[in-house]
Each structure stands twice: as structure tokens, then as C-alpha cells.
Design a protein around this ligand. Structure first.
Ligand SMILES: NC(=O)c1ccc[n+]([C@@H]2O[C@H](COP(=O)([O-])OP(=O)(O)OC[C@H]3O[C@@H](n4cnc5c(N)ncnc54)[C@H](O)[C@@H]3O)[C@@H](O)[C@H]2O)c1
Length: 327
């Protein structure tokens, strides 16, 4: 079967991860690479042996070439423009998270996908890890009864430089989207409302608030306490955070991406994880390829993912106003 031809727009930090994933896949090849920064573009093309003739500094030029899909890895404020241009040119799109930098842009992008009949899916790679799959299976399997209260803690202190250190609410908008999306995936329900606060510790190297404490009410009376920081000073959690999911008949826990479980009254025991042949970006790329070849619909298509994004902007509004925000 012929390889699918992909255009990738944005070849910076995360763009490199996608270039590695795409280069290692037997199912896809590059139709074009696009980046507004010619130095970054040339360096990345050289690293992955992509001919200069396939490299462009404008997406408009690349979209004139024959292609089967587009992977968007630009910063969030450019997602709407890049994704809608590709969809309108007849290409399905796999875009990096967050879907968009505003709810208005996300609604427009979702409408654009529906009107063109072309897939718009979001790279929620955190879902596709063995320990997250295990949490999902334990909660949804029913042996522990209905979940009732969840605590999710995220503490990291990365120095990224770049757009994250300048943007408002960097933690909630650029990082917590992964945690919120995992919550929806693991619990299998959607949130109803959010309340909470955000702040910036005195030592923070971010301009926007890098810490928050949020309380989500999910359907079926499930309460979620989310607290985290991107300017943590020690004892960091994993990137996926530490989870404690209390159910009617026991508790399911993950610490540093290791899962433990205990029925009420029993000691905590290690949970065995199942192998996942494809994980993270490789899993998402496979879903994207299956959509193009067979028409299957990836779980993180934009009409679903916009509910994870609504948690982000609901949380920002709750933090800004002090109000409880309906989602
Ligand atoms: N899923 C994950 O785990 C994960 C991790 C990191 C970043 N991301 C996401 O990936 C996206 C990119 O983040 P990054 O860390 O790679 O940023 P980055 O700044 O390192 O790279 C972005 C690249 O896009 C280019 N660019 C900017 N505007 C452009 C435009 N209009 N057209 C073409 N190219 C353009 C820049 O020149 C740069 O090379 C963001 O949405 C970010 O949230 C996801």
C-alpha cells in the first residue's frame, strides 16, 4: 500500500517529536515541511533527511502540493489558521493540543471540520500510556464500584523559555489540558462545573499564574480536586500527575506512573500493566492513518475534545472571577 503523504507545519520542540514519529512509521512520508523560521526548518530537514525542495516558510505554498493529511505543531495561537486552511484545502488534520487558544476559535475549527467533512483530531498523547489505560480499565471495569472522589496532583518546575513563560495561565492552558482530558477518559463522564483559584508564587519564572487549585463536579456526583504547579521547587510528580481515585469499594492510586489498588480494608497492592504496542504519538498517528484509509473516527476528534478544552477555559474563568462556572 502506498505511503500517505503528510504536511507538517511547525518543526520546533514538539515538532521534532512528531518528525521522529513520522520518520519511524512505515505508513507515512513527508509531502512537505513548513516553519516560519527558516533556520529551524533547515536544521530539522537536515536532521531527518528531508529534501530542501519539500521545505516551505508558508503553509499556503505547501497546500498546493498533493497530500493526504496535515500535522499541526505550531504554538496554540496559530492552530485555528493552520487547521482551517488545511481543512478547507480538503486535508484531514491532526493538531497538537490545546485544540485552540480560545473557545471561539475551537468552535470555529470544529464547525470547519464538520462543514468540510474532514477529520480534525487533537494530540492528547497522555491518554495513550499503559498506566493511564490501567486506571481507565480499573475505574470502568466496576470491581471497585462507582468512583466518588478524585484527587489529582501535578508538580513540576520546568524552565521552557519561549511562549509558555509569556502567556497568561500557562499551567491551566498549556499543561492541565492533558490532565483534564485524562480525567474525562478515565472517569468516562464529563464535568458539570468548576470553581477554584490560580496564583503565581513569588519565585515563579512565568509571567502568568503557574499554580492552581480547582474543584470540578463531574456527572454522577463525582468530585475532583485538581492542584498543581509549574514552578514546583521539589518532590516533583510525573508529567501525568499523581492520582487517587476513591470508589465505593476501594481505592485506585498512581504515583510516578505506577498503579496501585486496594479493595476496602485490604493493603495497597501493585497493579500489573498491559503492554501497548503503540503509545502516545505513535498511537495517535495510527488513529490518523486509520481515519484516512478506513474512515474510522479517533477518540479525540475535535467535537469531543472541545469538552476537555471547555474545562481549561472554564477553569480560567473560575480563577479570574471567583465564580462557579458551568461547563
Ligand atoms: N502533546 C504534548 O505532550 C506537547 C508537548 C509540548 C508541546 N506541545 C504542543 O505543541 C505545540 C508547539 O509547541 P512547541 O513546544 O513545539 O513550540 P516551539 O515554539 O518549540 O515550536 C513551534 C514552531 O512553530 C513555528 N511556527 C510558529 N508559528 C508558525 C506558523 N504560523 N506557521 C508555521 N510555523 C510556525 C515556530 O517557528 C517554531 O519552530 C503547542 O501547541 C504545544 O502546546 C504538545
Amino acid at each position: 500500500m502506498a505511503k500517505l503523504r503528510l504536511i507538517q507545519v511547525g518543526v520546533g520542540g514538539m515538532g521534532d517529536t512528531w518528525m521522529k514519529t513520522i520518520s519511524e512509521s512505515a505508513e507515512v512520508e513527508y509531502a512537505a515541511l513548513v516553519d516560519v523560521n527558516p533556520q529551524v526548518l533547515a536544521a530539522q530537514a537536515g536532521k531527518y533527511h528531508i529534501p530542501q525542495g519539500k521545505c516551505f516558510t508558508t503553509l499556503e505554498t505547501a497546500l498546493k502540493l498533493p497530500a493526504d493529511g496535515l500535522v499541526n505543531v505550531t504554538p496554540p495561537q496559530f492552530h485555528e489558521g493552520a487547521c482551517c486552511s488545511a481543512l478547507c484545502a480538503g486535508l484531514p488534520v491532526l493538531t497538537e493540543k490545546p485544540l485552540a487558544d480560545t473557545m471561539e476559535a475551537a468552535r470555529h475549527m470544529t464547525a470547519c471540520s464538520q462543514e468540510t467533512g474532514k477529520l480534525l483530531m487533537v494530540a492528547q498523547n497522555y491518554r495513550y500510556q499503559p498506566f493511564v489505560r490501567k486506571l481507565h480499565d480499573l475505574v470502568r471495569g466496576g470491581a471497585y464500584g462507582a468512583p466518588g472522589q478524585v484527587q489529582l496532583a501535578f508538580y513540576k518546575g520546568p524552565h521552557f523559555g519561549g511562549f509558555r513563560e509569556e502567556m497568561p495561565y500557562p499551567l491551566i492552558i498549556d499543561m492541565s489540558i492533558h490532565h483534564f482530558d485524562m480525567l474525562r477518559y478515565i472517569l468516562g463522564t464529563d464535568p458539570l462545573q468548576v470553581t477554584g483559584a490560580s496564583w503565581n508564587p513569588a519565585w515563579s519564572w512565568f509571567k502568568g499564574d503557574a499554580s492552581c487549585l480547582l474543584h470540578f463536579d463531574f456527572t454522577d456526583a463525582v468530585k475532583v480536586l485538581y492542584h498543581g504547579s509549574w514552578c514546583s521547587t521539589g518532590d516533583e510528580t510525573s508529567w501525568s500527575g499523581d492520582w487517587r481515585i476513591e470508589c465505593a469499594q476501594g481505592v485506585i492510586v498512581s504515583r510516578q506512573d505506577v498503579v496501585y489498588e486496594a479493595l476496602t480494608g485490604e493493603p495497597l497492592r501493585l497493579s500489573a500493566l498491559s503492554a501497548m504496542p503503540l503509545r502516545a504519538q505513535a498511537y495517535l498517528l495510527d488513529e490518523f492513518v486509520r481515519n484516512i484509509r478506513e474512515g474510522t473516527r479517533p477518540a479525540t476528534h475535535s467535537a469531543d475534545n472541545i469538552k476537555s478544552l471547555a474545562m481549561v477555559f472554564g477553569a480560567v474563568e473560575a480563577a479570574q472571577t471567583g465564580n462557579t462556572v458551568r461547563l
